[in-house]
Design a protein around this ligand. Structure first.
Ligand code: HEC
Length: 254
């Protein structure tokens, strides 16, 4: 009898506790809705790709999410949990297969560890389903198969190792991705991806001192992030004047 009473009292206490904590809990974050505006530049990452896992990790620090610091920690946490889940992940093509009716192919010009997210440019204005093509360098220039049509590159990730075995990644996102046309029942479209990065720098003296801007861009002028051994690298600047280096230092971009 006593045991039953203790259990009853304990369960009452627990349920009361639960009610209180529910009341004081902040409103639940709808991470899917919060990520929606991000998709104009990024598209949905694929948590099964190691480059995208690293990208999702960066959600806890990126300046793309505001504000910085503790205030946005719950939002960043909710975004990461959603992105690590399976919902809304675009279809992935990572093997060789024959093209069916209405499908075409894209092949690489050079072997590369590459993932490219393509968004169809829909002529009827309907929301179009993106598709992700993935290559490993050892696949050579193998073709990937997808529905024929016009696409825009929405995100890409290139992974390489240097002679010391250090892994480098280059990510590109934004609205400036190139357009790719895939025709049905023809030779594969060759994708000649530009792995280079350009640094467009601006420097000017203002009332408050020297203002230096640096905008790294990649294929087609897309905005890029460079990762080295899992860390985002900071670009360094050196400004040369008539008396040699007049200003130099580390700089972060983004
Ligand atoms: C106007 C375009 C744009 C929008 C909108 C945008 N981003 Fe970005 N973001 C970029 C570009 C360009 C880069 C650099 C390329 C890359 O890393 O993919 C970047 C980089 C990132 C990175 C990786 C590098 C870093 O900064 O650490 C993450 C993570 C990221 N954004 C998350 C988000 C999230 C989450 C949102 C929505 C809250 C968002 N972005 C909205 C353009 C945008």
């Amino acid at each position: 009898m006593t045991l039953v009473r203790i259990v009853f009292v304990a369960s009452c206490l627990l349920s009361t506790g639960a009610v209180y904590s529910q009341d004081s809990r902040p409103a639940k974050i709808d991470a899917r809705a919060e990520f929606q505006p991000c998709t104009t530049c990024h598209g949905r990452p694929d948590p099964e790709l190691s480059s995208d896992q690293l990208w999702i990790d960066r959600v806890s620090e990126t300046t793309c999410v505001q504000p910085l610091g503790k205030k946005s920690a719950p939002l960043r946490g909710a975004l990461r949990a959603y992105l690590l889940g399976k919902d809304d992940v675009p279809k992935r093509e990572s093997t060789v297969r024959d093209a069916a009716a209405g499908e075409g192919q894209i092949a690489l010009s050079e072997p590369e560890n590459l993932s490219v997210l393509l968004t169809p440019i829909a002529s009827d204005g309907k929301s179009a389903t993106p598709i992700r093509l993935v290559w490993k360098a050892e696949d050579g220039k193998a073709a990937r198969t997808l529905p024929a049509g016009r696409y825009r590159v929405q995100h890409y990730a290139i992974t390489r190792r240097d002679t010391q075995g250090t892994e480098w990644q280059l990510w590109g996102s934004g609205a400036k991705g190139r357009t790719i046309v895939v025709a049905a029942a023809e030779e594969p479209t060759r994708l000649n991806f530009n792995p280079g990065v350009r640094l467009a720098s601006t420097a000017m003296w203002t009332d408050v001192g020297l203002q230096v801007g640096l905008a790294p861009t990649g294929d087609g002028g897309m905005g890029v992030t460079i990762m080295r051994a899992g860390k985002r690298i900071k670009t360094k600047y050196r400004l040369l004047g008539t008396e040699g280096v007049t200003a130099k230092g580390p700089m972060s971009y983004g």
